[in-house]
Design a protein. Sequence first.
Length: 165
Amino acid sequence: MATTKRSTSDACSLLDADHRKVKKMFKDYEELTGSRAASATRKKRELANEICNELSVHAQIEEEIFYPALRAAIKDTDLLDEAEVEHASAKDLIAQIRDASDVDDMFDAKVKVLGEYIDHHVKEERSEIFTKARATRKLDLVAMKEQMQMRKEELMNELAPEMAA
Ligand SMILES: [Fe+2]
């Protein structure tokens, strides 16, 4: 079935798989926030690093490939402007989390707020941006998926070679 295929294997579905993956990591993080055990602290630091890596790569493939293509194909680009502004705030928080030396209450707060940014980002993409991308005939979202997948692997390798293996 062409429609099903289109929605399960295009550029939007690749991005949405990232969204689901990272939401799960935020949830795992939240479950650890009550604990002061050293193992929980270590796990939180690891999860936070993974979240930051996933989101940086996700933002970069959106900015390099998805948003510019969409910008050229659709008329109403306000949403894309907003998405790029939101990316800038998220990146600032990601940098703060990466640089933090302690996994304390402020660290938890930063991860929580980053999760809220991402929830909002996901809502906007699912309800508006992906809908518009799939509605236009000017984009080959299946070919774009391949391109983004390749770029993603490349970027993941640069960031965390041991994780991308
Ligand atoms: Fe996204």
